[in-house]
Structures are given as structure tokens and as C-alpha cells.
Design a protein around this ligand. Sequence first.
Ligand code: ZN
Length: 227
Amino acid sequence: MSYVHQNLQLQSLNLPFGKAVCVGRNYADHAKELNNQIPSKPVLFIKPASCAVSFMPNFKIVQNRGNVHYEAEIAILIGQNLSGKISKNSAQNAILGLGSALDLTLRDEQSSLKKQGLPWELAKSFDNALVLTPFVTELDFFDVNNLAIKFFINNQIKQNGNCLQMLWQILDLIVFIAEHFNLQKGDLILTGTPAGVGILNLGDNLKLELSNFSQNIKLAEFESVVN
Ligand code: ZN
């Protein structure tokens, strides 16, 4: 099966990139590993464009602020403005590209903020907290209801999730998000992380892999190093 991978950086798509709307606790098994309750509607937070960096060929992580956790996520690039009540069909038509991301999290900081009932920005929106692979825009082989993501550190698999495990499917998420935030051309949606989050260390070799879940076809893979 052909390997679909158009190596496009966000910048080369020449889109304004304002924000990434991120979904927390979209996989029940990840909510459980952090002792969080299963939410009754999507938990959303926003990472501004200012904290985005490229996954490839390498990226830097913040030092001296406690553990930096990876959260590997399927990322959706929105290609048209969306707001208010939209149909799943419009959501589908608005998808311009698919990629993957690490939603980096200062987990110690986040746990302390959570305990105090405070917002998470210090733990989620710091510089370099949004690590993005290139986005694939040739989407013929991609079915957003049938995607899987795998994340490897030093050739060991750490996370392995697929759309069927999501509490809210990707199109439902886009519909829900558009009702609450104007989605603008160039915005991203991070669709939540499966179980297996953990610490990133300097020198780690990383690989993110996207595949079609039911047919087990690898669609794209991206490699990086933490430095
Ligand atoms: Zn996340």
C-alpha cells in the first residue's frame, strides 16, 4: 500500500496559525492513569501559536521545572473558518491536514495547579509546549474515524491509541469545539492522548506513527530527538 506522506511544515502551507484547541481526557484509559474522572463533555484547553515548535529534526524541552511529560496526539489542521452550530459534514470538509503532536505537560506543576483548582496554562502553554510534526494534506487514505497513533521512545512503544478508544470521535469534537470557539483557518485540534504518558529525557530518540487502524496501514511516520 502506498505510503502517503507529504512533508509539509505548517509555515509552508502559508496559513495563519492562531491556536491549538486541545482535548483533555478523551481516552478513558488515560483519564484513569491520572486518576481523573471520565468527563461528561469534552475537557478543552488552548495552546497559543507562540508555544509551537517543530518535532523534526529535534526540539528542546524546558529545564528545571519538574518532569516534562509527553502526550502523543492525533492533530487536525483546520482549513476553513468554523463557528456556531455546524454539521459533521462541514467538520469533515474543513479538515485540511492530519499530523501528530506532542502536548508537552509540566506534570508536577499541573498536579499542583489542579489541586488548587487553578487554570493549567503554566503547565500546558509554556514555550515549546506544542511540538508538531509536518501535516499530510493528501488525505485519500486517511479516514478520521479510523486512525491510530503510536509513540516510541528509543524504539520502545510507549503509547498506542486509536479512534475507537476515544470518548468523542474527531468529527464530534470539531462540532463541539466550533460551538464554543471560533475555529479559524490554520487552527489545530489536538484530539487527546491515550494511556502511557511519561517523562521525556534529553537525548531520547522519538518516533510518532499514524496509521489506518482497521486495515493496519502505516500512513506516516516522523522521527525526532530531544535536545
Ligand atoms: Zn493532551
